[in-house]
Design a binder for this molecule. Sequence first.
Ligand SMILES: Cc1ncc(COP(=O)(O)O)c(C=O)c1O
Length: 403
Amino acid sequence: MKYDFTSIMERKGMDAFAVDSLGRAPGLAPEAPENGMDVIPMWVADMNFPACPTIPQAIMNRVKEPHYGYFEPRKEYYDSIIRWQETRNGVTGLKKEHIRYENGVLGGVISALNVFCSKGDKVLVHSPTYIGFTKSLSNNGYHIVHSQLVQDDAGIWRMNFADMEQKLKEERIHAAIFCSPHNPCGRVWERWEIEQFMELCKKYDVFVVSDEIWSDIILTGHKHIPTQSVSEDARMRTAAFYAPSKTFNLAGLVGSYHIVYNKWIQDRMDKESSLSHYNDMNLLSMYGLIGAYQPEGYEWADELCQVLTENVNYACQYISEHFRGVSVAQPQGTYLLFLDCSQWCKLHECDIEHVERAAWKVGVAVQDGRMFHGPCHLRMNLALPLSRVQEAMHRLDQYVFNA
Ligand SMILES: Cc1ncc(COP(=O)(O)O)c(C=O)c1O
């Protein structure tokens, strides 16, 4: 590997929520470990790899200029996004006027829904569900209508088209959130699946908010298909959201963007984002994106996907060989495992809280899957050096699942 995916970074005391908030945010963050064990952060969706070197370089070069006043996004910002989307996702016809900065993907999702819906409207969302959707939708007064994803005979999570159709029709729903790739199930949707979903949206006049924040983290053998690319109709009824934040671990810098081809939607979203007067780019996050989308960033992201594929393969194999009663669908994208512990809990006559507390106690800071509607599940982040993933598996083996 050209880049460093093996060093163990010491993030303690350096502003990392994933590490420093343990034991301090009840109901959200895991408990702190006991017995002097160190923390293996496997919950919040950020990564434990040093950033691609072109990112700090671009930021530091700008920081050296001692003036940080109001600014206009550089042409390079838009050109970098267009090049990235063309090269990674095969996007064609993308122009500066289709791209807008967003502080965060979640904020953008709500802006788009505010355009598509009136308050109190129902919004179709798949379940299991990313907790950010659940919270933002409820906080903004939308009613979530879940369509349950189902595992097929091979254990692959699939959309239930009949269920979605019934709900869209009977509940007269006109907006949906599509998480592609899917957090927490790790599905990279195939073209036919997206086509069929978008056909339903066309049939029932449903606007689509396509959250593609994970679209660069695709594991070996899979390919991301942008929702807007499956048909002309899809291109015009979808607001799509992207960011370098998951791919390059830049969430702390803040900065995402949307792509909207439909002029009416774009105008309405401009209006919506102007309401708070607070959807403006941060100078350093602009340089962060420009630094990330350099040729080195393309290589770095490729290596990252290889590293994550190895981690996922290792962890899934370890779990299936050693943790009887724990099952997991092999993710195709993201770095998240969604572990189903129902059988294990049944065999051991306990609940998921027992499992997570035992894991937290030995520093394996996994997340409670109930936040994502997994009734007896854990969500586990594998974006760490393989040696840390191995250590986590050994601790789970010794102290939790085979204690
Ligand atoms: C599917 C999905 N959307 C949005 C976000 C949050 O994005 P942002 O921090 O840009 O609001 C996350 C973070 O984990 C996510 O998994």
